[in-house]
Ligand binder design. Structure first.
Ligand code: NAP
Length: 328
């Protein structure tokens, strides 16, 4: 019997296993225009935490008692839709479950780029697209810039480090703990900060004595404050995520926020889906960086549908290096 993870209750602060329930989810009979998919890979992402709150945002909240959603790569097992046949690999949003019947309009066949299918959940999907457009469009980063990126050992951050190096920038990455810092260094970062080892404002001063032109923010809080403290004139900040605040009870405070004025800092928030019309450009450029080995993938793989909530919760305790994935 196919199963799906549902939201049993809305989390308050850090979610726990009790907020999730695995239920039987029989698939309906296939109608015209529909495709039956068996999932192979599921993505878990920090933004899903926001969808667990009952608040209006750029994506609607998950509903209590309903299956959760998220990026997934599946294999077509049966199709009554033109253009899809058994064996096709497809990308869709019906994750957190092992099977789904979906309208053909909810599916995209994986482009033939000679990479592993799970890459379309990572460097050639939401993760890589967020890094690519956040760095090059939102932050307008260019050759010669000094770029600071937080959560640099994570999925988006590790892609930012590698894209920035491939485009001729100097990169400073921050991550939690020596092993993750070694990983960030192995990606080509010029300097690495272990943010758990000391105050960030001081560490960033040492790592970037000339200051920073670009900050790619995955964390918010102290990281954003340190970036404000060390921004050079006309610095550009891509505000991608603020994971430090997703489960926090207290609001974030910024001691150095007034430097936005003096240093003419541009803060630009963005959402990956803003860039969907430009995916052709992304596949061409990022596909080439991946094919040439300039951008490599590192995945943390959790096995089995039953462990999906653990994989998700691990994002908030730093359990992943690179992209967190669930393999079915
Ligand atoms: P990720 O970085 O692969 O995983 C999360 C990482 O964040 C953890 O491994 C951990 O690394 C770090 N972290 C967790 N709690 C932290 C805290 N309190 N302080 C500092 N670091 C913390 O996740 P991702 O998918 O690549 O996402 C990264 C960020 O981008 C998230 O904020 C996410 O919401 C955002 N995002 C935005 C968009 C968009 O469209 N704007 C799209 C995708 C992702 P350490 O062990 O190093 O602490």
């Amino acid at each position: 019997m196919p199963r799906a993870w549902t939201l049993r209750s809305r989390p308050n602060g850090m979610p726990t296993a009790d907020n999730f329930e695995l239920r039987d989810a029989p698939v309906p009979r296939l109608e015209d225009g529909q495709v039956h998919v068996r999932n192979r890979w599921l993505s878990v992402d920090p933004y899903m935490r926001g969808r667990m709150n009952d608040v209006k945002s750029y994506v609607p909240p998950f509903q209590v008692g309903e299956p959760l959603e998220g990026g997934a790569v599946g294999e077509v097992v049966d199709s009554r839709a033109e253009g899809f046949a058994a064996g096709d690999l497809v990308l869709h949003m019906a994750g957190w479950r092992d099977e789904a019947v979906l309208p053909a309009t909810a599916l995209n066949k994986l482009p033939q780029l000679g990479v592993e299918p799970q890459a379309f959940l990572g460097n050639l999907g939401l993760t890589g697209g967020t890094a690519y457009f956040g760095l090059l469009d939102a932050a307008q980063a260019r050759q010669g810039d000094i770029v600071f990126v937080s959560a640099a050992a994570g999925a988006v951050g590790s892609a930012v480090v590698q894209i920035a190096k491939a485009k001729g920038m100097t990169v400073i990455g921050s991550a939690g703990g020596p092993a993750k810092c070694d990983f960030v260094r192995s990606l080509g970062a010029d300097a690495v900060i272990d943010y758990k080892a000391g105050p960030l404002v001081k560490s960033l001063a040492e790592a970037a004595p000339k200051g920073i032109d670009v900050y790619f923010d995955n964390v918010g809080g102290d990281h954003l404050d340190a970036a404000l403290a060390h921004a050079r004139k006309d610095a550009r900040f891509a505000i991608c995520g603020m994971i430090e605040g997703y489960n926090a009870a207290e609001p974030m405070c910024f001691r150095y926020i007034m430097r936005v004025i003096a240093m003419r800092i541009m803060l630009k928030g963005f959402i990956y889906t803003d860039y969907l019309p430009r995916m052709g450009e992304f596949f061409a450029d990022m596909g080439a960086l991946v094919a040439s080995g300039q951008v490599k993938s590192r995945d943390t793989v959790v096995g089995g549908l039953e462990n999906t909530p653990d994989a998700f919760l691990g994002l908030f305790t730093g359990a992943n290096t690179g992209k967190m994935l669930v393999k079915l």
